[in-house]
Ligand binder design. Sequence first.
Ligand code: IMP
Length: 193
Amino acid sequence: MKQIVFATNNKHKLQEIREIVGDKLTISSLLDIGCTEDIPENEPTLEGNALAKARYVKEHYGYDCFADDTGLEVEVLGGQPGVRSARYAPGDGHDSEANMKLLLENMKGHENRHARFRTVIALIADGKEQLVEGIVNGTITEERSGSDGFGYDPIFCPDGFDVTFAQMTSDEKNSISHRGRATRSLLEILKNL
Ligand code: IMP
């Protein structure tokens, strides 16, 4: 069976994609291939980071690979926090509470609350590099609602809904989310490998 590496150790992301792909492809994680070092993610764009991660795996380990990067892009903030979404608030990063607090502060007084989540996936397979993207448009709420999900979910209300991502089931969220959309585009390509 054909093997492809997903440049992540995020169990949730791995399980999600393995369920969708089924037994057509073996999806390996970074740990599965013995890659334990931190892959640099210092590029100024989501595309740059996704490509850098996929290229790192291809160059150092030789496997066909795909890698993702996601950002929350807020219109009135010129697309911030964007590629810095995980590290928006000062500190070591991945502190969702601190990130949401800072974003709500920076949005104070702004009537335009349009934002979007954007996921970019870079795929290196059969000697080719390809990029796919998934977007969900919405608004940043005035305060947190809901306790499911992660990251900025409690303050993101997708267009067409009056609840935040954190008030949806994971199936509901996956069916409209940036990552769900990007993943389905990726699968169209993987199915034909
Ligand atoms: P990553 O590239 O998937 O690691 O995402 C980078 C950062 O964007 C995360 O640390 C979260 O802060 C944020 N993020 C990504 N996807 C989501 C989501 O589905 N909901 C809320 N926040 C997200």
